[in-house]
Design a protein around this ligand. Sequence first.
Ligand code: AMP
Length: 802
Amino acid sequence: MPAPPRNGERRTKKGFNPKARTDRAQQAGQDQDDSDDEVMMAAAQKANFEAAEGKAKAAVHKAAGNTFFASSNWAGAVQSFSEAIQCDPTDHVFFSNRSASYLNLGKTNEAVADAKECVKLSPAWAKGYSRLGAALWKEGKLADAKQAYSEGLKLEPTNAVIKQGLREVIEAMVGGGDKSSEPATAAPESKDVVPPSADVETTPAPVEDGPPVLGIDLGTTYSCVAVFMDGEVQVLADDEGRRTVPSYVAFNSGTGERLIGERAKAQASKNIDNTFFDVKRILGQKMSDEAVQKEAKRLPFKIIAGDNGQPLIQAEVNGKPRKLAPEEISAAVLGEMKRIAEARLGRTDLTKAVITVPAYFNDAQRKATQAAGAIAGLEVLRVINEPTAAALAYGLDEKGQAAQKGKGSNILIFDLGGGTFDVTVLRIEEGIFEVKATGGDTRLGGEDFDATVATHIIAELKKVHKLDVSGDAQKKSRVKAAVEKAKRALSSNEVTKVEIALDGEEYAIDLTRAKFEALNAEFFDRTLATVKKVLNDSKLKPTEIDEVVLVGGSTRIPKIQSMLREYMQVETLCKSVNPDEAVAYGAAVQGAILSGCRHPACSALLLVDVTPLSLGIETQGSNMSIIIPRNSQIPCTRSSIFTTTEDYQTGLEVKVFEGERPCTNSNHLLGDFHVSGIERAKREVPQIQVMFALDANGVLNVTASDLTTKVTASCQIGGACKGLSKEEIEKMLSEAAQYAAEDELFRRKLELKNQLEHIAYASSEADRDEILVWLEGRGMADMTVEQLEAKLKVLGYEPRTV
Ligand code: AMP
């Protein structure tokens, strides 16, 4: 079979482009006489005729090409499309189709040339760029392929094939690995090429409309849940209309009831030992961590060390002591968010979730969050960073949509919540959210501001009112609640009063905004230092940031806002996203993307996140040998080659650390494992490849293998760092299910009791007393649903179900 002609030859041989010929005729007509005009007209007619004839023949060859293509006869397809091109070299679709055929033949140069020709002939045809992207990718030119796909997406933002191509090429770029230690890989051979019949817009296969994925912001102080449904994000409110729920869990020793959210928080000061909050501050950490020790001193409930070094929370459940893992408390909050969503949407099948974590959460903290989700009976599709989720929310916002168009925008997300602080710099362009750098502090937030003010108020109570509450946890808890209220008031007033009821007395202590700022100046300065560091990492100056987006309840503090405005040299900060809901909102969007939602609002978005801390292993002399530098895009796989330090050494310890310090002593140990069976050789001869694979959740897998003996050892760091085992999670899951059933039973009893009370107050005095005495004679814990229902029936009422 003859080789198909190359593009250039064909065009010169066949000779002309009908449109160009007509234009020339028109141009010449101005200074030609009539006879010349006739000649020209005849020539033009002939040209038109030839062109029409060429098009008709081309259509036949094209149809044959499509048939060959459909039967995977790539060579036949190339031949037919070449003939079509010879008949009509102006049709961009023929080049597009031949490009696809070449690609399947592995002739990437030809495929790229044809795709380029296609784009040249029809620069406004989005699919041409898709072809070019696919061909460049196969040629190994990932950056060029990304560029081509992006061009296509600009022309047709909803084109699913192009979006998919772009997504995949970015994933390939991100996960490209360390080229110095891995063979450079071209685009995967399995990459499907869009068949040429796709010159008619391909409609993606319809996806089944499954239940929506929950987007949950599991906050230190408050949590929030949202879903993407019917083309928009809905933030779901609890039974009383609250859109954020306190991350509080309590056990009522009297009734045996488990309380979650507002009900748990409301009774906190009366049930100090058995009300649990701020648990996110110890989640996924070890008891020996300095920070956990500090929290154990600060928090009013008891935190003790578990067998595996994990902090455990001492609780009393149904009169019996129980040790609860922080994951179990977080699971109760997550379970409540699931319950709220199911109640609000009238469904019982919301089992999938995207949960957010502070960007600065380490591997173990992420794993613990996943475990909490599993205990709550949730399939955690992805753990994403809070500021990145907020950026997605901003991206869907009108302002964010405008920012994505044109030249794109650099966005700084400043996320200051109750317990954590994050700063993230992203570039948003054409639906792609590319995190440039991230940083923060997992222990800085509104709770710290409350604590400094509370210390001041306790001192004032002592000085002015001669009242010492420092040894009384219950009173301290009241002070804390009053301080938080006053702090909120100071965001809109210059002066307020901290009002506390103690021992039947009302105390009111003045607090000015200036005093509040002075007390917390050090914390506020720390936030700005992080902003500087993250900007530095992203290699951007403050003036190069187009928008500063505020997220988290504590960004309402005026001083924080003025400091930021001044440093960033901006007049206004973006407050268009709701600071309390933006994170859950973005998580819901990511949930929709992951579940394959094809709605244009979210399917056009792509998130490229980074890892917040450098990851590496310890080498001789406690040296931190970095394998994945901080701010590397995730998911990613990187590897480095190491060797032995002693002659005939056949085993070695791989210690995995995260952190930025050159010496491992100052970094955080994530886990360690042993590799045995290394080649018996002189020191520095064996070659041990250590591979780090960081998944999209930021969870790390480490593998070490001897390149000669091929022995391999590996560990998933979350597990290595003594997080919960699979069995432990399963046990907790069944306990959580039991709690959920108990909660449900309690709710039902409460419902029936309320119904009875309602009936009592609407009855005659004698009947009322009888019913109330009956109710009072039984504690909620001792009463059964059956007894309550029977009582209602005796009174002639049907038990009501809500
Ligand atoms: P988040 O974790 O984003 O829900 O933020 C909760 C934190 O924001 C808590 O510490 C609240 O006290 C704090 N917060 C909420 N509203 C305000 C306000 N108006 N002024 C100051 N802090 C606030």
